[in-house]
Design a protein around this ligand. Structure first.
Ligand code: TXA
Ligand code: MG
Length: 332
């Protein structure tokens, strides 16, 4: 049913293992245009194309280097998206008139079975209005986009909770255009540590999506590093009803060392030992804080290591005001 709808140009919402996606036939300019309208997405920001199987890639893109082939062979399906040279079979609207196309093979069973039935390339951005946090459950999609959609398919939850790692191979370097669960170390290992792998957040020309404000709820988000910042803020702004997103460990520390900050409500993101859970919960906690009528969100910074890098990438883009860059290009 959903496969028929998409083949006839309708928009459908599905979960993937990362976040919910808003799906349309990637060969059809007119269907893809509806995605840009529903999301109010800038037309210069290209979409990721989702496929059921690796064997389909060559119909829609060109694998030009052995490094691209190796990453596809070893790391897909996984939450990894690879930017390749596009074939003409992909809508120019989906590619934002560019010559490349970002390709992903989701592993989520609902998404995969849908793609296998449709057996066409499906363009899908995250199912949220542009600029807002990505939806990780159907309530978030309903609240944000329901008036603009024909179908919302509920399904298993989004295991990873933030968007896929996006990479591009150029000459002898792999650039990570958007970090996440497939890490720099995973990519280095897959290429037998023979290739330079760099974060390229500042190279905006490579990843158009990094130009735009992202992941921002309707209430302001502020980061904090140290609980003393919270005590200061609570003393100075006793009227501000804030949602405090903290790890279990920080929560215990605050309870044992500081005086009660009555205007704060604690939202538990999980243990510092489980960064995957911290990521999984992030957008949903933002959503809960908005829905429950808090004035602001105070979110604790995490160490810039391993998955913490990706979680901080999303948090840094959601804070008010948005910092110019999260980190300098090519530093780590
Ligand atoms: O996990 C995900 O990747 C989710 C699920 C639904 O698959 N999709 C997703 O799509 O996050 P979206 O549109 O929200 O983000 C796509 C990112 C944007 O930053 C975009 O600029 C970048 O991928 N991108 C898409 N095509 C590209 C291309 N040809 N070259 C460089 N970057 C590209
Ligand atoms: Mg998005």
């Amino acid at each position: 049913m959903a496969a028929i709808a998409v083949r006839s140009g309708e928009l459908v919402v599905f979960p993937t293992e990362t976040v919910y996606g808003l799906w349309a036939d990637a060969r059809n300019d007119w269907a893809v245009q509806k995605i840009f309208e529903a999301k109010n997405r800038p037309s210069q920001n290209p979409l990721i194309i989702h496929l059921a199987d690796k064997s389909m890639i060559s119909d829609y893109a060109m694998i030009r280097s052995p490094k691209e082939k190796k990453l596809i062979d070893l790391l897909m399906p996984w939450p990894l998206t690879i930017v390749l040279e596009s074939r003409e079979t992909i809508s120019l609207t989906a590619r934002a008139n560019g010559s490349t196309v970002a390709v992903r093979i989701p592993s989520h069973p609902v998404a995969h079975s849908f793609l296998a039935k449709a057996w066409i390339p499906i363009a899908a951005p995250s199912a949220n209005t542009s600029g807002r946090p990505s939806a990780t459950n159907k309530d978030m999609v309903r609240k944000d986009l329901s008036q603009k959609l024909s179908y919302i398919i509920d399904g298993w939850s989004c295991e990873y909770g933030i968007e896929s790692t996006v990479v591009k191979v150029s000459d002898d370097t792999v650039f990570i255009l958007r970090p996440w669960f497939v890490t720099k170390e995973d990519i280095e290992r897959a290429l037998w540590n023979t290739t330079k792998v760099l974060y390229s957040q500042a190279r905006q020309e490579q990843s158009p999506g990094t130009r735009y404000q992202h992941y921002t709820p309707s209430i302001p988000v502020f980061r904090f590093h140290d609980t003393s910042e919270l005590q200061w803020w609570s003393d100075v702004h006793p009227q501000d009803k804030a949602a405090l997103i903290v790890t279990e460990e920080t929560y215990s520390r605050i309870r044992s060392t500081t005086t009660d900050m009555k205007n704060l409500t604690y939202f538990h993101r999980g243990s510092i030992q489980n960064l995957a859970a911290c990521a999984h919960n992030l957008y949903n906690l933002y959503f809960q804080a908005e829905q429950k009528g808090y004035n602001s969100i105070r979110v604790e910074s995490l160490p810039m290591q391993w998955l913490g890098i990706s979680i901080m990438n999303r948090i840094n883009k959601s804070v008010s005001p948005t910092p110019a860059t999260d980190w300098r290009s090519d530093d780590f």
